[in-house]
Write a protein that binds this ligand. Structure first.
Ligand SMILES: [Zn+2]
Length: 411
């Protein structure tokens, strides 16, 4: 009797986790994000094994799309958890909470992002993240980390909400301590090109295959071009990390937009960039050279109000969903997750769902050489999301990570 109960439990869990046909192959059906055609995605042992065009979906009225899981290269925290301790000490439970909360929103891979802070906190948190990312229950959702700062502009406005007392000039030996604590998993370093030592630092990042981004800076055209020559590849959250008043000719926007070698990151939360900025950036770069990120803060996912962080700063989530740092009237990260960017970029630019997913998944996979994800093709990881799109809003219904169903609102 006990054995029967056990088998029944196994059977129920099996049904909850996936659909499978008579041969035992797992599959999902939906409208392809590429062209709206009905497809069946088969997967086994964590990988996609087959993508089959089918005549119609089992429910012909279904408006559920299927796409690769989203990849966010800039997540500072979520649900009260901060990767630099501004929400309290980072724990492995906190890392797990961020991961599972993002899964529910369709983000199947993300880069915990550590912004300008104390060196000891960096060391401690990179070490914890390096350990926790190996946990099999996180299903490989943390391919690596992003260090944004502390090697940025100390100037108000360009510095954004990064605390001045921790801003400093690039120091390769200091960075190597962080890199070792992170067990070599820092995939993105974002810094200002105009600060002393930046160019040598950018050059050395080539040796460790870290992608260099330009962030929180007031670099000249010459400095930006030299940084790109030396290997910088991404303009971090273009249009943000910029003073409110800039020179109309000489400012960091034009050279970063004009140089075709440079990709741009955009925060499409509806607050950090106006629709016309998103449209102009999109027209300048095209869907091949844009990575949409959330820049989600530790306050992401929380209700409006005033919050005091662990380093004594007061932050406000406004009723409109902006997180502001009232002391300097600057934005301090986003309250939204990356999935809202899919609809927002489509609304602002008129781009297709295929292009929006390219900018929220495929491009990041290519930029960071994450060759196992970012597309729905045979051989890639089974990181699959099912969702509806209504009024430019992505509503995630089911998330599969490495073949495991981790979120399911369809039952
Ligand atoms: Zn930033």
């Amino acid at each position: 009797m006990r054995l029967i109960k056990y088998l029944a439990a196994v059977f129920v869990i099996g049904v909850l986790h996936s659909c499978s046909d008579r041969t035992g192959v797992n599959y999902v059906e939906g409208l392809s994000y590429l062209d709206n055609s009905p497809v069946r995605i088969e997967y086994e042992n964590g990988k996609i094994t087959n993508v089959v065009n089918i005549r119609r979906l089992s429910d012909p009225n279904s408006k559920i799309y299927v796409a690769p899981g989203l990849i966010d290269n800039q997540v500072n925290g979520f649900m009260g958890v901060s990767f630099v301790d501004t929400g309290g000490e980072l724990t492995d439970e906190g890392i797990r909470l961020v991961t599972t909360s993002l899964w529910e929103r369709g983000i199947t891979s993300y880069f915990p992002t550590l912004t300008t802070n104390d060196h000891q906190i960096f060391l401690k948190n990179f070490a914890l993240l390096a350990e926790t990312r190996k946990d099999p229950s996180l299903l490989g959702s943390i391919p690596g980390f992003h260090l944004e700062g502390p090697y940025i502009s100390p100037v108000d406005g360009f510095r954004g909400a990064h605390p001045l007392r921790y801003v400093r000039d690039p120091d390769w030996d200091e960075f190597m301590e962080l890199y070792e604590a992170a067990e070599g998993n820092i995939l993105q370093v974002s810094l200002a090109p105009e600060v002393p030592g930046a160019m040598e630092f950018i050059e050395r990042c080539r040796d460790i295959d870290a992608v260099v981004g330009l962030a929180h800076h007031n670099g000249t055209m010459e400095e930006i071009t030299e940084a790109i020559d030396k290997g910088a590849r991404l303009a971090i959250h273009l249009g943000n990390g910029l003073a409110n008043t800039i020179n109309r000719h000489n400012n960091p926007l034009w050279p970063q937009l004009a140089d075709d070698r440079m990709m741009v990151g955009m925060i499409c939360d509806g607050i950090h960039l106006r629709p016309e900025q998103i449209k102009v950036f999109y027209r300048a770069k095209g869907p091949d050279r844009i990575v949409i990120t959330s820049d989600a803060s530790s306050l992401g996912g929380l209700p409006p109000g005033y919050y005091l962080n662990a380093i004594g700063d007061t932050l406000e989530i406004t009723p409109e969903g902006a997180i502001v740092y009232p002391a300097q009237q600057v934005l301090a990260g986003s309250a939204q997750d990356q999935s809202v960017g899919v609809g927002n970029v489509m609304r602002a630019t008129g781009c297709s769902l295929a292009e929006a997913i390219q900018m929220t998944s495929t491009n990041a996979a290519q930029l960071y050489s994450l060759e196992d994800r970012g597309e729905l093709i045979s051989g890639k990881r089974a990181d699959i999301i099912l969702f509806t799109m209504e009024d430019y809003k992505m509503d995630v219904k089911k998330t599969i990570v490495a073949g495991e169903t981790v979120y399911n609102a369809l039952e």
